[in-house]
Design a protein around this ligand. Structure first.
Ligand code: RP5
Length: 152
């Protein structure tokens, strides 16, 4: 994530990864304030054994795109809701990548963070039958939790 202030959003991705017992790390890597850290992180990610990068940032949100520039790992971008423009700036910054350097862009805010983790799980599950089973169970539990009728 681009800042400590993104944690309130990105913790929801971490919660899903924890629930699915997916090994992960959480780091603050700012495209603007720590550009060398970003280059080092993204360039070494595959070699360190990472398979998917979830990059959450807000405002002029260059983190996901610059991560994708430095690695061929799948990069999933989460637009963090900004104060000034409610995350529209983050969304448009992340989603409008030039052809040739993809970032899979999720929804603004908590839903995007949650779904980024679930999408990462789906990618990883292609090569991990145990994770695939855990993901099926997670989805079944979600289905079972939806009431037929609303509470009044
Ligand atoms: C971005 O600027 C971060 O991803 C964060 O969403 C936003 C604001 O950062 P702070 O000023 O709160 O550190 O780089």
């Amino acid at each position: 994530m681009g800042s400590q202030s993104d944690w309130e959003t990105m913790r929801h991705a971490v919660a899903v990864l924890d629930a699915l017992a997916i090994a992960h790390e959480a780091r603050i890597v700012s495209a603007h304030r720590t550009p060398d850290r970003l280059a080092d992180y993204a360039r070494t990610a595959a070699g360190r054994g990472l398979s998917v990068i979830i990059a959450g940032a807000g405002g002029a949100a260059h983190l996901p795109g610059m991560c994708a520039a430095w690695t061929i790992l799948p990069v999933l971008g989460v637009p963090v809701e900004s104060h000034a423009l409610k995350g529209m700036d983050s969304l448009l910054s992340i989603v409008q990548m030039p052809g040739g350097v993809p970032v899979g862009t999720l929804a603004i805010g908590r839903a995007g963070a949650t779904n980024a983790a679930l999408l990462a799980a789906s990618i990883l599950a292609l090569g991990d039958i145990d994770l695939s089973a855990r993901l099926e169970t997670w989805r079944a539990m979600q289905t079972a939790s939806v009431a037929d009728v609303p509470t009044r």
